[in-house]
Design a protein around this ligand. Structure first.
Ligand code: HEC
Length: 145
């Protein structure tokens, strides 16, 4: 029989997120992203791009975190479709909330990508501390591996 400890080890080896983190991340999503990207992560065509199945969500976690910290503007291709709008920087979220939220988005609606920790969010903030304006898709892509 599997003990809880071995389940937790198996989960972390497979990168499956902690259900508590997912619950907290969903609450932050519902507060800060849902108006535009919608409850099912499908966005609203043709203005708000989907997060479900988005190649940007699957890249290095710094891509979503930078979107949240500084916004993104101008043409961006998501799942083969070009969007050309503007996402404002998201204010009023702590580093821990950004970590939970990013983990939630990367592991919902069929997405499956690594969990993100508060420490990673802090490191991304330090690395891009001088950034004041929204990112372009080209800039995000350059540093997204
Ligand atoms: C006011 C509306 C709005 C809110 C709120 C918002 N976004 Fe966005 N988001 C957009 C728009 C518009 C774009 C596309 C911008 C462009 O065309 O350059 C975008 C693009 C993105 C992208 C890259 C493209 C994609 O679809 O994968 C990600 C990732 C993303 N948003 C995540 C988030 C997360 C996470 C939150 C909550 C913390 C959030 N957004 C909140 C409007 C919004």
């Amino acid at each position: 029989m599997l003990s809880l400890a071995s389940l937790l080890v198996a989960n972390s080896l497979m990168g499956a997120p902690d259900p508590e983190v997912m619950k907290r991340g969903e609450a932050v999503y519902n507060r800060t992203c849902i108006a535009c990207h919608q409850a099912n992560g499908q966005g609203i065509d043709p203005v708000f791009p989907p997060l479900a199945g988005s190649e940007w969500v699957a890249k290095n976690p710094s891509v979503i975190v930078r979107n949240i910290l500084h916004g993104v503007a101008g043409p961006i291709t998501v799942k083969g479709k070009v969007y050309n709008g503007m996402m404002p920087a998201v204010a009023g979220v702590s580093d821990a909330e950004i970590a939970d939220l990013t983990t939630f988005v990367r592991n919902s609606w069929g997405n499956a990508a690594s969990v993100v920790t508060e420490e990673e969010v802090k490191a991304i903030k330090v690395k891009y501390a001088d950034r004041k304006t929204p990112w372009t898709a080209e800039e995000l892509d350059k540093d997204s591996k």
